[in-house]
Every structure is written in C-alpha cells, then in structure tokens.
Design a binder for this molecule. Structure first.
Ligand SMILES: Nc1ncnc2c1ncn2[C@@H]1O[C@H](COP(=O)(O)OP(=O)(O)OP(=O)(O)O)[C@@H](O)[C@H]1O
Ligand SMILES: [Mg+2]
Length: 859
C-alpha cells in the first residue's frame, strides 16, 4: 500500500542547478482569492532570504495549505512583472506593535467605565528622572494605567515602576508625546497599545517573534521595519531582477498536492516537524534536503551543501535506508558514522553531503563535527532536547549551523519550560530570555489555570497562551494520524485485565503490609522509598520470580542505602516455596504471563503467517518472555539497550522480511522503541505499563503504520486490582492527561505523589473484576454487557454509551476516561466474546475493553 508514488520519480540533476522562481509574496489582501490549489495541499515551507547581516540565510518553517495558497496566487499576480517588485517576504508583527492610530478604540470604551476599572496600555520610553533637556532614553517599556495607578513594565514583563494616587482626570488625557514621572523614572508616551496586544503579549519584546530583537535604547516606533526592504537594499535592484528572472521552478507549483518552499519568518531558520508517529517525517526531510541541495531562490543556487542528521542509534541505518528508498543511491551520498566508518572519512571526501550520526556518537566526535560547516541540522526524535542543561543539547547548541529542524512524534506540550527549550533550540531568542518568557507567558498561563484564578487572570492567561500558540505555530507543524488512517488496515485495541495468580496475591498483600510501605503512608518519603515500593509491586505484577531475584540480591548486599530497600522485602522469602527456583518459573505464577502464553499460542494457531511484537520496559522481564519463547519453541529476535547499534537495523529488517521465520520480536520500548518500523508484526503485546502514556503510544505505533498488510491487534495486559490498573488510570485520567501530554522522558521519578495518592496506589482490590471500569461510573452491569447492539439502544443521556463517537479517537493522543467509556467492554464471563483471540484467554481474564479503528476497511 503506497501513499504516493515511490522514490526515484524525483527528477532532475543536481549538477545542472536548475533555476527556481521564488514564490513571490507580499502581504495578501484579506479578500484575495485563495482557491486555486487543492485545499488539501500541505505545504512544507522552506525559504531563503537575505538579511543585512547574513547574505545567504535560509529560513525554515512549516506552513499549512491555505496560507500558502495565497502565496502561490500572489505569485500569479506578479507574473509578467519583475518578480522582485512583488516579492516580499512575509512579515509578522514586529516586536512592538504600537497602535498610534487606535486612540478612539481604547479610550472610548474606557470612558464608559468606572474610573477604577479603566485600564489602558501605552508603549513608552523611559530614563531616570533628570533635569537635562535632552533625555537619554534608557529603554522601552509598557505603561499600564489602571484606575488611578500606573505600572511600568520592561519588555521582559518585569515591573520597573509603580505609582498610585494620580488624578483620574490627568490619566484620562495621556496621549502620544506626553511626559510623565513614575517611580523615579521619566517616561515619554510613544503610542497606545490595544488591550488585545497587551493581553496577547505582543507588545512585549517577544510578542512579534519576527525580526531579531532590537536594542532597547531606541524608541518603540523605530521597530517597524519591512524585512524585505532590507533584502532589496542589499543587492542592486538589477541583480535581484536578473536572479529572479532566470529562476524557474523544477516542478509545477500548481499541480495538485504540490509542495511549495518559501519563507515565512524573516531571519528565523528553525522549524519543528511534529507530525504524529509514522506519518513520514523522514521522507519529508529527505525531500527537503534534496530540494535545498538542488536549488534556491537566488539564481537557482543551492541553499545548502552539507546536512547533519542526529538520530537515536537504532535509527541511523533506517535513515540511510529511507534515503536509498526515495532517492536511490546515486543522487545524494550519505555517510553514516559507526565503529567501522569514522568521521574522518566524511571530512576527507567531498562526495558526501549528508552525515548521519547517533546522539551518543555526536558527543564523542563533537570537536570534529564543530569544524565541519553544516548548513542544515536535523535532530530526529528531538524531544530529548527539551532539557537545555543536558550534554546533548549543549553540544548541539554549540554547533554554528543556523537552520535547525527538530523531528518529534511526541512533542512536549505540557511543560512550558521544556517547550521553551525546544523552541529556543530551533529559533534561538524568539521567545526572549527564559526569565522574560516566564514573566510574559508561563506565569500568566499557569496562574490562569489555578482554580482560584480571577476572571482577569483567566483572560490574560488564555490570551497569552493563544499568542504563544500563534507565534510558535508559525514554525511548528503537527498533523495527526487521521491523515493516513484511510490507508491503514483496521486496528483492534484491547485492554486486558488479567487475574493475578495465588502466589502473586499473597506476596502482594505481604508487600503492602511491609514496614517500608507503612512508613511511606505516614509521609516518610525522604530518599523516595515509595519508588522502591512501587518498583517491587510492578515487578511482582510481571512475575514473582523477578521479585525473588531482587530479594536475593539485596540479601547479599549490605550498604545502608539498601537497608531501607531491604525493609520492604522483610518476610517475603517465607511466602515463596522453600525450593523456589526463579529459573524454573511457572507461567501460572503470573496472571499476565499465563494470558500471554495462551495469546501467543492462539495467534500461532489461528494466524500462522502473522508475527508478534512483544514489548516490555524491563530487560529482566524480557528475559522471562524470551524464556517463554524458548519453552514453546517460538522463533524470536530481540532488540534492547544492549543490542549494538550497527546490528539494530539488521534485526528490524530481518523481522520485517516475509522470509523471516521469527514469530516474535522482543522489544525493550525504552531502549529502542522510538522511530522503529516493525510492520512485519501485526500483533503487539504491551506486557507492562509505563507511567508515561507516550512510551506506550510510541510502542504501539511501531506496527500500525504504512506498509502494514494485516489488521493490527494491540493487547495491553494489566493485572486486575493492582498498581498496574492505577498507573493505567493515571495515564488516562483527566487530571494528568487532559491535553496531549506527550513527553517520553517523564518517569515515575518526576511524579510527585501525595500521601493520599500513595494510599490509593498501595491498595489491592481483590474483589474487583476491573477497578478501572468501577471508576468509570458506567451504568452497565455484568448481565448487561455492552456490545454494539445493546449500546445503540441506550438513551443518549446514559453514562455508558458508544453512540456516535464524539471525540475522534484515531489520533495518537492519550486516551481519556470518557473515551475509554465509549469503548466496548465485557467481563470475561460474558458469553460469546466477539473476538476469537479473547475468547481463548478469558479463563484468566476478568475484564476487557476493546476499540476498533478503521473497521470499515474490513478485517
Ligand atoms: N508519502 C509516503 N508514501 C509512502 N510511504 C511513506 C510515505 N511517507 C512515509 N512513508 C513510509 O512510512 C514509513 C514511516 O515513516 P517514518 O519512519 O518516516 O515515520 P515517522 O514520522 O518518522 O514516525 P516516528 O515518529 O515513529 O519516527 C516509512 O517506511 C516511510 O518510508
Ligand atoms: Mg521517525
């Protein structure tokens, strides 16, 4: 199944340097016709521009269709004339949006209000009070007039002056050119700021985000500038004209779904491509590199020569493969760094234009890499750069390359500081300094979300959030899985609640009674003993023999740190049979393992040509799963953190090949999950659950992606009534995940637990068939399980009803509680389970949830 024609249909010869007509653009009028192109056309916008300081800089940003169609049409308008006349880079509001003409707007509404409620905003310049006639202004500021008080904020949002008790009459008259004294500072009013520009934050230094931030010693008005004018002044008009006249696009820009590259933000060179997993971010980069290496807007001259791609180790060879798949091996020479291919080789040979390297290797070869002039830097799975203090980020920041792209299927969206780090990496300074960003965006946004926030705070926070989204939206592109759903086979997702085994229950009770757990519940959380308790419970859920091993290990060690840990294991040994041998573990000892083993058997029997990806976050658990494979004689392959990087792609390719005899792919999701294509498997079993839904979603996306031929079955195994259910609930609960929380690096260490929450975590619900369902407040009963038929008959107002899907569930966002309620669900004693796989495992299962995506495409 191909979404588009393959690769090597890209025409052209890089050596010929064909000419290119830039998509000319001036600010289009609002009523400009915009309908010429197929509205579905997505435009990956990359453009070249010149600025005063840098005569050849390329700005990368990603853009959606509508705006770009305007650009194209505008180009149409300029055809026949000299393109340079009409060619104008898009400008966005400059940092200071001074509305000098909008006096009536602010003041007239204000007049109707009570003096105390009157709020007006002005842009001002300030200096320390002095008697000098010719003032030396020290900076720009924003003046807020509220009732009878004045507040002066600098352009980083900090208060720098306050005054109260002014006469309302005087304040009412404030206008352009007026001088005032406030808190020992003299100010001159430069213009009126609309409430809109204040609320959105645009009036501050960062608000416009377009051109570089100017020195604050100039009055506000001077910031108005047309970036394009500067460009024109640079070259003689004649030269510019010649350049453009000679340019011709290599492909028809009017063809349906054509991709146009043009500039969007003057002086900005970075972008974040955050398309959901499996949408083809790699291919988009391959085509971008190829395009920029072949052409450019100035006389057709290529925009880039050398590209550096930094990626997780597992994907280095995948990148090479994608280049080969789409461009063949002749067009671009790729160099991948590994043990046998040292970076020196790349430096010596002029043939190579793309260097692909893992993050680890980058750190090791940083000095050499710094000496190479790269024109484009691509950071795959770049969410790891969210922390600006870590070595990888500082190393990458130290590279001089200005055109930077972050690729991530799981962007950080919940943590505003981490979001800042990613933005600041691709477009340094666009949000100002961290401290001003905090003042202008983070603080008002967070404050507005507090339950105690006033109306005013809520409004301000919402406006600032909207402005932040607008500003960053200029260079972040995120499309969801829905765009390719129609090309994919059905996906059947199951959440399977497995009954714990007798030994598991006994050990679980004992653990909950341990000194360690009890002291956690009394609030003794220094040195995080609760994390050890959580770890022990999770191990037990996977298999009691894992716990046995930990107890044995701790028995042998004697450091004081470990004494604490030992206290959780006290008395547990007695619960194990005297001759317990962890190597001879039994499947029945773990509810999940028993279900897994049956599931594998039934898949093997019913779908002999299909394969299974088996995922765990722990190497030790993978060892157990591997042992199960051996015992049952299933051929398997394995990829975890220990797998040498150069072998990883080979393992993946082997499994995906139709000639491979492997039935099972054992995958450590944390070590190697990101970015892999495992379409050879059509069943994916998540053996354990992670605190972070992003990790699980990442893993699940490995099989349901382009190239998958079979309906995909996903099984998430949870031990009924235990901590695993609680973690799952946390994953899907509104509190933790109302938005698109997609941060792969969050682990339990980052989670703050209240004692109340710990109490809940450290409770075993032995009598429940499914605690999660109990919490859904669902009206269905065991006698009346919800199937498609019964649900359709339910009145709309009832809690548990599938009905028409209100929320789109196809996208890869974490599931919410209300969405889960819309899934079909059954208790195991429900007769006639509709699924042959579930039917065979129900003996050990207490409850299921199931959701089918793309059912229409038939199984
Ligand atoms: N337009 C397309 N037509 C056909 N196949 C495509 C297209 N785009 C991508 N693919 C294929 O889809 C698969 C997934 O693409 P890719 O690995 O680039 O996804 P991704 O967006 O990087 O996902 P992740 O976030 O998981 O890394 C690849 O095999 C790729 O070749
Ligand atoms: Mg990828």
């Amino acid at each position: 199944m191909r979404r588009s024609v393959a690769p090597s249909q890209l025409q052209g010869n890089p050596l010929k340097k064909p000419k290119f007509i830039p998509p000319g653009r001036s600010n289009p009028s609002p009523n400009e016709e915009i309908t010429k192109l197929n509205p579905e056309t997505e435009l990956f916008e990359v453009a070249a521009n010149k600025s005063q300081n840098d005569s050849k800089r390329c700005s990368l940003s990603l853009l959606h269709a509508k705006e770009s169609t305007r650009e194209i049409n505008h180009r149409d308008n300029c055809s026949g004339k000299s393109c340079s006349e009409g060619f104008s880079f898009p400008t966005i509001d400059p940092p200071h949006t001074v509305h000098s003409a909008s006096t009536e707007l602010t003041v007239s509404t204000a007049k109707e209000e009570e003096p105390d409620n009157l709020v007006k905003y002005f842009s001002v310049v300030w200096c320390k009070a002095s008697k000098k006639k010719h003032k030396k202004w020290e900076g720009d500021a924003v003046l807020i007039v509220k009732g009878r008080s004045l507040t002066l904020k600098d352009l980083e949002g900090k208060d720098i002056g306050k005054g109260i008790g002014y006469r309302f009459k005087d304040l009412e008259k404030i206008d352009e050119g007026q001088m005032l004294m406030i808190g020992g500072k003299e100010i001159e009013v430069m213009g009126i700021i609309s409430p809109d520009d204040f609320n959105s934050g645009k009036c501050f230094q960062l608000g416009g985000g377009g051109s570089a931030i100017s020195s604050s010693s100039q009055p506000a008005k001077k910031y108005f500038s047309s970036p394009f004018k500067n460009v024109c002044k640079l070259d003689s008009k004649k030269n510019v004209q010649n350049d453009f006249q000679d340019c011709k696009p290599r492909h028809d820009p009017y063809a349906p779904r054509s991709t146009i590259i043009s500039n969007r933000m003057n002086g900005r060179n970075g972008a974040i491509l955050a398309d959901e997993m499996g949408l083809g971010k790699t291919l988009q980069c391959v085509s971008l590199i190829w395009t920029l290496q072949c052409q450019g807007p100035y006389g057709g001259k290529p925009v880039i020569k050398k590209t550096l791609i930094v990626t997780p180790g597992s994907l280095v060879n995948n990148w090479r493969k994608e280049f080969q798949k789409w461009l063949g091996s002749e067009r671009i020479k790729i160099f991948t760094v590994d043990q046998d291919h040292k970076i020196e080789e790349f430096i010596k040979s002029p043939l190579y234009s793309v260097l692909i390297i893992s993050y680890e290797m980058l750190l090791r070869s940083l000095d050499q890499i710094k000496n190479i002039k790269f024109d484009l830097l691509i950071c795959d799975e770049g969410h790891r750069l969210k922390n600006s203090a870590i070595k990888t980020t500082t190393a990458l920041i130290s590279l001089s390359c200005e055109k930077r792209i972050i690729l991530t299927g799981t962007p950080v969206q919940n943590d505003l500081q981490e979001f800042f780090a990613l933005i600041d990496f691709v477009n340094p300074g666009i949000l100002g300094s961290l401290s001003s960003y905090r003042k202008i965006y983070e603080e008002p946004i967070i404050l507005s979300r507090e339950p105690s926030a006033s109306e005013e705070e809520k409004n301000l926070g919402e406006r600032r959030a909207a402005e932040l989204t607008r500003l960053t939206g200029l260079f972040i592109l995120r499309r969801t899985q829905e765009v390719i759903n129609k090309y994919l086979p059905p996906k059947i997702e199951n959440v399977v609640f497995c009954q714990p085994g007798a030994l598991q229950i006994e050990l679980y009770r004992k653990l909950l009674n341990s000194k360690a757990v009890r002291s956690c519940l009394q609030g003794w959380l220094e040195n995080s003993p609760h994390l050890v308790c959580i770890g022990a419970l999770k191990k037990l859920c996977n298999h009691p023999c894992l716990l046995f091993n930990s107890i044995k290990e701790k028995e042998c060690s004697s450091t004081s740190d470990e004494n604490e840990e030992r206290s959780i294991y006290e008395g547990l040994m007695n619960v194990f049979p005297a001759d317990y041998n962890p190597l001879m573990f039994m499947e029945e000892e773990s509810g999940k393992l028993q279900v897994l083993s049956k599931l594998l058997a039934i898949i093997h029997e019913l779908r002999p040509s299909e394969k299974v990806v088996l995922v765990s976050n722990y190497t030790q658990t993978l060892n157990i799963l591997q042992e199960v494979c051996k015992r049952h004689g299933y051929a398997y392959t394995r990829l975890d953190g220990q797998t040498p990087i150069h072998q990883r792609q080979q393992i993946v390719d082997g499994f995906n090949s139709k000639y491979s005899s492997d039935f099972i792919f054992l995958l450590s999701s944390k070590a190697g999950g990101v970015g892999l294509n495992l379409i050879g498997g059509s069943h994916l079993i998540l053996y354990d659950i992670d605190w972070n839904p992003a990790t699980d979603i990442q893993a699940m996306s490995r099989v349901w992606r382009d190239g998958q031929k079979y309906p995909v079955h996903i099984y998430r195994l949870l031990t009924t009534g235990t901590i695993e259910e609680k973690i799952y609930q946390r994953q899907i609960s509104k509190q933790g995940l109302s938005g698109t929380v997609m941060d792969l690096t969050k682990t339990s260490e980052h989670i703050q637990f209240s004692v109340e929450e710990l109490k809940n975590l450290f409770t075993l619900h032995e009598s429940s068939h499914c605690l999660t369902h109990d919490l859904l407040d669902c009206e269905c009963t065991e006698e009346k399980n919800y199937t498609d038929d019964s649900l359709e008959k339910l009145p709309v107002s009832r809690n548990c009803q599938l009905g028409p899907h209100q929320q789109k569930s196809n996208s890869l966002k974490p599931l919410s509680m209300s969405q889960l309620k819309q899934w079909k669900h059954f208790s195991a004693d429900h007769l006639n389970l509709p699924d042959p796989f579930l039917e065979r495992i129900r003996e050990n299962v207490s409850f299921f949830f199931q959701n089918i995506t793309n059912q229409a495409t038939a199984m």
